[in-house]
Write a protein that binds this ligand. Structure first.
Ligand code: DGY
Length: 449
């Protein structure tokens, strides 16, 4: 039986009302003031929340996202559907008007969680959604291929990001050192808008922004040419979150392609996945004891684990000994804070419990980590993370993120992906946390069959 808005309990109804309030007609803004356009991974994750009470609207969300795909296959990180001066950097700074289809977009991408979301939307009712999914599969296939062509041209099996914003985890301490080599002399003056809306101690520092803008300038100056970017971009870093989400996306794309009889797509995705599964091991650091960021320009590992490190469990099968070690380290993290999962190692000197991505907890990262934990048999740990997420939202409402020590909310308010994750996962009773069939992690050989 389909759930409608009227069937939702008061808590879930409030979460649904946030999504409805942030709906701009076919796409949803992450937060009305801070992020007034369509963002890539926000949008995909928001579709899961809509799927609880309005499946048609959930499909529209991913359809509008993928409608902005560039000719080269990239799906951009921001789609500027309308003119809105309250956000910086806007279309003029990105300079994509000649490349993007109408409307203008940013020039970079974000973690490709869309295939995983679409697999779940499809699994809810394959017969009802088959045609809509079939139209999106070729777009996902081309986007995933773009990642390997544009961001792994040397065939390492790990994709790079050319800007911290591509990771979606904008201000991680992992970026500090790679960014420190970038010349910001040509950036000029500009007016940040984010700190007009949110406390400065919750946002990146001005020095970080200068580096972000230097990279936007670099991309704009080469007209976002992927060859120039991979060869010359001063920031070229492979990180576990992006790579894990891409691997998971390939697995879910393969599952859908097989279900819908798209054998050519399944074959291409399986071949990409084999390369990515092998390459991912390059991100393992014995020194740090986990999967960490690798600066590909200097061949240098980051010194701390991040919430992205645990996404290796979401990406696919991790052998039991290593998965057990990861679960033990994660459990230890959770003894250092009141509510998990912090976005950065709480024992590290660069941990900052309230500043953007340097410590706070994000609901949608928690969902991905918990999903990976369940798939590796770590159900108690997964349940702790779900309950922590629910408690944080209960305490501080639907904020962008939460302090793992005090539970205080940070960043934007009335935040779409927090509402979506609450509806889809965090406020659901144990045992009902994942509403659609989940793939059993398989090996690439099994997937190729
Ligand atoms: C911002 O403006 O901070 C966004 O996160 C960039 O995507």
């Amino acid at each position: 039986m389909t759930t409608t808005l009227n069937d939702l309990n008061p808590k879930n109804r409030r979460a649904a009302d946030i999504l409805i309030a942030n709906d701009r007609g076919g796409y949803t803004v992450p937060s009305a003031k801070l992020y007034p356009f369509q963002w890539n991974w926000d949008s995909a994750l928001v579709a899961l929340g809509f799927s609880i009470f309005d499946p048609d609207r959930a499909w529209q969300e991913v359809e509008s996202l993928l409608s902005a795909q560039w000719d080269n296959g990239m799906v951009p990180h921001i789609i500027f559907w309308k003119v809105e001066k309250s956000y910086f950097p806007g279309p003029d700074q990105w300079g994509t008007a000649d490349i993007a289809h109408n409307p203008p977009t940013s020039g970079i991408t974000q973690p490709p969680v869309a295939a995983t979301v679409i697999q779940r939307l499809l699994a809810e009712d394959v017969d009802a959604h088959r045609d809509r999914a079939a139209k999106l599969l070729p777009k996902l296939d081309r986007w995933h291929q773009w990642f390997l062509d544009a961001r792994d041209p040397d065939g390492l099996g790990i994709v790079a990001i050319m800007h911290p914003w591509e990771s979606g985890r904008d201000n991680l301490p992992d970026w500090d050192r790679p960014l420190s080599f970038i010349d910001t002399a040509g950036v000029g003056t500009y007016h940040r808008r984010d700190t007009d809306i949110v406390n400065e101690d919750e946002r990146p520092k001005n020095n970080d922004y200068d580096h972000y803008m230097a990279l936007v300038k670099f991309g704009r100056d080469c007209n976002w040419d992927t060859k120039t970017i991979s060869r010359d971009c001063p920031f070229w870093v492979a990180e576990p979150g992006m790579n894990a989400i891409l691997r998971r996306a390939e697995r879910d794309l393969i599952a859908m392609a097989k279900l819908l009889g798209k054998d050519d797509i399944a074959r291409r995705a399986a071949s990409r996945l084999a390369r990515l599964d092998t390459g991912f091991e390059k991100l393992w650091s014995d020194d740090v004891g986990g999967y960490v960021t690798l600066d590909l320009r200097r061949d240098e590992y980051a010194t701390g684990l991040t919430s992205g490190s645990w996404l290796a469990l979401f990406a696919g099968h991790v052998e039991p000994k290593r998965a057990g070690k990861m679960a033990t380290t994660l459990s230890h993290w959770l003894t250092q804070v009141n509510r998990g999962v912090p976005s950065f190692d709480p024992n590290h000197e660069l941990f900052d419990s309230i500043r953007y991505w340097r410590g706070p907890v994000w609901a949608m990262v928690n969902w991905m980590i918990a999903t990976g934990l369940i798939e590796h048999g770590e159900t108690d740990l997964a349940e702790r993370i779900r309950a922590d997420t629910e408690a944080l939202i209960e305490q501080s409402d639907y904020r962008e993120y939460f302090c793992p020590v005090t539970g205080r909310g940070g960043g934007g308010s009335g935040f779409s992906w927090t509402a979506s994750m609450s509806l889809y996962w965090a406020s659901r009773p144990t045992g009902d946390v994942i509403s659609s069939p989940v793939l059993t992690p398989t090996t690439p050989e099994q997937e190729a069959k």
